[in-house]
Write a protein that binds this ligand. Sequence first.
Ligand code: NDP
Length: 293
Amino acid sequence: MIDGKATALRLRLQVGAEVSRLVAEHNLQPGLAVVLVGEDPASELYVRNKGRQTVEAGMLSREHKLAATVTEEQLLMLVGQLNDDPMVHGILVQLPLPEHIDEQRVLRTINPAKDVDGFHPVNVGGLATGDPAALAPCTPVGCLLMLIEQFDGDLSGKNAVIIGRSNIVGKPMAQLLLKESSTVTIAHSRTRDLPGICRGADIVVAAVGRPEMVRSDWIKPGAVVIDVGINRIQREGEEKAKLVGDVAFDEVVKVAGAITPVPGGVGPMTIACLLRNTVVAACRQVGVVCELD
Ligand code: NDP
């Protein structure tokens, strides 16, 4: 089992050490501003966790909570203020946004240098064209770091199948693996013979949002399986709803060489990578060398 919690803790400790150095040597305290619109309980929990871990790493954390009725112009104005604020090096607007707000317009307004989520078209394009200055989205970066550790730093020539083609996970994951010289297949809802395609893979990344879809007979013995999915299900006879991934963990764990659990796999790595992106962004903005970059 790949212990995402432990890997994330190690990364957060590295981030914390780098923040201490930056404060001591350059009087630079990286700052992250998170904007939350509305009162979605899951988003509120993410934002709380992000804030707590940001402070624990010695960074400055700002939370901006806006009512679900906020206008697009008001939200854009706040993003503009954060763009201009020298104490803020990273800006994250928690998605999804209410329907009356144009998500893409908001993301495009964030200064790409402060876009620690890596969703601005400049960063998306930069990742696709191999620009080292591009900030890459945190969830796929977290997956990549765990894969690099599993394969002792060499993903070259590995057959990787990514299930899901979203802008947040599937597509950037493909770019990151391509950069590592893996042979990448992106599967989606129209893909034919998905089990057969997965059976040829050394790496399977599942980012679908369908509980326990990936079964053990889809997996080549020894393959590494990264489960991005977060699905809340209520089983008959069980009192409480349960979190499960896109992979049928109990059966796939018997076949896979390594697998991330849900919870405790990709989730903790996502926040740790957000902190890392913020520190990297802060250093670039003030022209200081970053040991995490
Ligand atoms: P999206 O809904 O944006 O994308 C899902 C993708 O899965 C789509 O490309 C869709 O294909 C594909 N898909 C749907 N059904 C099937 C199927 N039967 N066979 C093959 N492919 C299928 O989801 P996200 O990428 O945003 O998120 C995916 C999962 O990851 C969710 O459970 C989400 O909660 C979780 N997540 C977890 C994070 C973490 O930190 N751990 C962060 C982000 C997401 P098509 O394009 O054809 O519709």
